[in-house]
Design a protein. Structure first.
Length: 508
């Protein structure tokens, strides 16, 4: 029997010595009563030499102070479990899981059993797992941020995206695509045949044919499509699509984008209309220029014979009156021809400017004197620049500048009724000089102001007795622009108008 017990004791000793975990028994005085072979691997001490050694001497002051609360709790009868990094020989540091189990005899704690297991690999695995989780969370955050940025970009750019699985006809829409088409994002996207309700008939036909071609041969498509809006209105989108193939190279999906381009289409249409209007105006001017050029020679002949006719001494009063009417009509026609030729030359850049530095005051005063009689006949008060106006030099072609000023004065007097007033002032402003012609005439509406400088545009005056061609202001603006200046106008319907010639100052 004793032999069997002896063999069992040896077997148990061999068993605990081969365990990788440390096993020890510490009494109430914190002295070792038993330690297995693992203590030699962990602390580099012979377990037999530990018998009777105090735990403070084994652990050292720093490690003991960390473990002491658990030791006192175990000696008080409470099992303890905690983690600790245990330093060993050669700088080895082992992550450990320690368990202190109180030894209670007769209701009294006489010591505690210590079981310390290395969990370094487990901790490394936990660290790797935490790093992987953190990395995945970061990637998820970046994905969410990227999705949010994509949604914001689509919202700002008014561009939506879509994906269509051909079989079994399942579509996915981005939030902005719902917004573009005015559909409830809580509803499923429409099936492919249902897309016809979103577009006009012609656009739906084009989209259906393009999608069929892409499904058949994989070629992408890009279309401008007209879609339906509430209240029978329509808008425009730019639709793009491409094929997506599976691992067998079969086309199984289409995907693409839809860009809202209604404003762009409107701008393009407005630009086309403006270009057409400009071309029509240019063609009209060129035609009138050719016709006017051909009219100049016969008109000069008519004027010459009319002048001879009215100077004859044997004419009856009625015949002389006819001669005067013929001459006046011919002169008016010749003036119109000259204006058309000037405007055509200005618009095509064929007018040669000869700018010089000159005092603008005498030129303005001469122009005002020229129209004094016309103003008097119309009952209009014409006010020239004051006598105290200081000499003011400009850089301009004197003949063309006077021509522009004459046009403004003629218009102001013609469209200011009896009892009205037309005044001319000269004001230096920075590096320029402003010549203002202001009247108290009929004035212009905002709509008329927009059409003011269009050739042949008389703004309704063609239905009045006021003579004119609708070319003077267009020619004036071109002439002043060719001298590096500008024409500004402000007007209030029924209160009068103010035209300003801004002319570059002299160079000296």
């Amino acid at each position: 029997m004793n032999g069997i017990e002896h063999d069992t004791g040896q077997l148990l000793r061999r068993l605990v010595d081969h365990l990788p975990s440390m096993l020890a028994y510490w009494d109430r005085d914190l002295r070792c009563r038993f330690a297995n072979q693992a203590y030699e691997r962990w602390f580099g001490v012979n377990p037999n030499g530990l018998i009777g050694t105090r735990i403070q001497d084994l652990l050292g002051g720093e490690l003991f102070s960390l473990n002491e609360p658990y030791i006192r709790a175990a000696l008080a009868g409470t099992m303890q479990e905690f983690e600790r990094v245990v330093p060993g020989p050669g700088g080895v540091r082992r992550h450990s899981l320690a368990t202190y189990v109180p030894d209670v005899v007769g209701g009294e704690v006489v010591g505690f059993m210590a079981h310390v297991t290395e969990v370094t690999r487990l901790k490394e695995a936990e660290a790797l797992a935490r790093a992987e989780v953190a990395q995945r969370e970061r990637a998820l955050d970046l994905l969410h941020a990227s999705e949010s940025a994509l949604r914001q970009a689509q919202r700002l750019g008014r561009i939506g995206s879509w994906d269509w699985e051909i079989e079994p006809d399942i579509a996915t829409w981005s939030p902005e695509l719902y917004h573009i088409f005015g559909r409830d994002p809580r509803q499923l996207p429409p099936k492919f045949p249902e897309l016809r309700t979103l577009y006009t008939d012609a656009s739906w036909q084009r989209l259906r044919d393009a999608a069929a071609r892409t499904v058949a041969d994989g070629e992408p498509f890009e279309l401008d499509l007209e879609y339906r809006l509430p209240h029978e209105r329509t808008g425009w989108v730019e639709a793009r699509g491409e094929a997506v193939r599976d691992e067998t190279r079969q086309i199984v999906r289409l995907r693409g984008t839809v860009l809202e381009i209604s404003h762009r289409r409107q701008a393009e249409e407005a630009r086309r209309r403006a270009q057409s209007a400009e071309m029509a105006s240019r063609n009209k001017t060129e035609l009138m220029a050719r016709v006017s050029h051909d009219l100049r020679t016969p008109l000069n002949a008519i004027l010459g014979f009319a002048q001879l006719f009215r100077s004859a001494s044997n004419l009856e009063p009625k015949q002389r009156q006819w001669a005067e009417l013929l001459f006046d009509a011919g002169k008016h026609m010749l003036d119109l021809v000259e204006e058309v030729l000037d405007l055509s030359a200005a618009e095509s850049g064929r007018i040669t400017m000869q700018p010089i530095d000159l005092d603008v005051v005498p030129l303005v005063c001469a122009s005002v004197r020229q129209f004094t009689e016309l103003a008097k006949r119309g009952g209009v008060e014409l006010i020239a620049p004051g006598a105290d106006t200081v000499p003011t030099s400009v850089r301009a072609d004197p003949m063309r500048l006077k021509q522009a000023l004459d046009n403004l004065l003629s218009n102001a007097i013609k469209y200011t009724g009896p009892g009205g007033r037309v005044s001319v002032t000269i004001t230096p402003v920075g590096d320029a000089v402003e010549v203002k012609v202001q009247d108290t005439g009929v004035g212009l509406s905002p709509d008329q102001l927009e059409r003011l400088f269009q050739p042949f545009e008389r703004l309704g005056a063609e239905a009045t007795p006021v003579a004119g061609t609708g070319l003077g202001l267009a020619l004036t603006r071109n002439l002043i622009a060719m001298m590096g200046g500008a024409v500004r106008v402000s007007s209030i319907k029924g209160q009068g108008s103010s035209f300003v010639l801004a002319i570059p100052g002299a160079r000296h």
